[in-house]
Design a protein. Structure first.
Length: 147
């Protein structure tokens, strides 16, 4: 049973935002410190990725573990109240994530997801971003040698 009144629950849920969240700001800070430049929430791309790195053709999403049901994460629990509602809502979020990722990949974008729980440790997050942008699988551009 919910311990909050409907008006209190409404006020609490109204504070949940989809962009400029704390995990997203952590990712942006470290990406910028690594010298990466990006655009935020590009409306012309399906799903409006949280960060878009045009130079690298990378669309990066910072997903909340609960809202996007991070597999194996303790934060991805299912509420006991109104279980059918939450199951349908969260399942649809996961399906939408798959659809958005598929479309962006078909348009030539590399889709990366960083989970909320991965943003808690700055050193780990930094390594993750370095691997995404500077890892061995990334094609390195040949630079012209000076004459």
């Amino acid at each position: 049973m919910d311990t909050l009144s409907p008006s209190e629950r409404s006020r609490l849920m109204a504070r949940v935002h989809g962009k400029d969240t704390q995990p997203e700001r952590r990712v942006r800070t470290i990406a910028h410190a690594l010298g990466l430049r990006f655009r935020l929430h590009r409306r012309d791309l399906k799903g409006r990725p949280d960060l878009v790195f045009p130079k690298h053709k990378v669309a990066l999403f910072v997903h909340g573990c609960f809202w996007h049901q991070h597999p194996g994460c303790k934060r991805a629990s299912m509420p006991d109240n109104r279980r059918e509602f939450w199951l349908a809502k969260l399942t649809r979020n996961v399906e939408r994530d798959f659809e958005v990722g598929s479309q962006l990949r078909s348009e030539g974008w590399r889709v990366e997801i960083i989970w909320e729980c991965e943003t808690k440790d700055p050193a780990r997050l930094r390594k993750h971003l370095q691997k995404v942008f500077y890892g061995p699988f990334v094609k390195k551009r040949k630079r012209a040698r000076p004459a």
